[in-house]
Design a protein. Sequence first.
Length: 148
Amino acid sequence: MTEITDITREHRMWVETAEYAEKCPWAAGKKLAELMRENRFEDFERVFIALKNERIIGFCTLTKKDTLPDKYLYSPFIGYVFVDEEYRGRRVSQKMIEYVRHYARISGFGRVYITSGEVGLYEKFGFRKLGVYETVYGTSEQLFVINT
């Protein structure tokens, strides 16, 4: 059975999760590892991990901001959604997102957002596309929303 949990830097798996993110084949994992090492998470922000038999098999985050410029007032964002290739197709990302939605709800948020270039993925989880927005990197990403 897959277990999902939220962690902060005080959690016993914080360093291990940063190392896992650093070594994962997705380039964004290195950025997440950097953010974790610099402790760039505050207030309600969290890293969420998926565990199978105490082994990390995926991660994601909930943060105030993501890749959209400050002129957009959307918040909070689910980000850095990653699942180990061996566990893809087993609804691990869906379980993490459901857990994050619950966490956001009990933290007082009525909705959460996610940006992605993926077509058809987040709609399967019930997200509604708001449009395509320019990111802080000068690229375009789709913006999705779902109620918590």
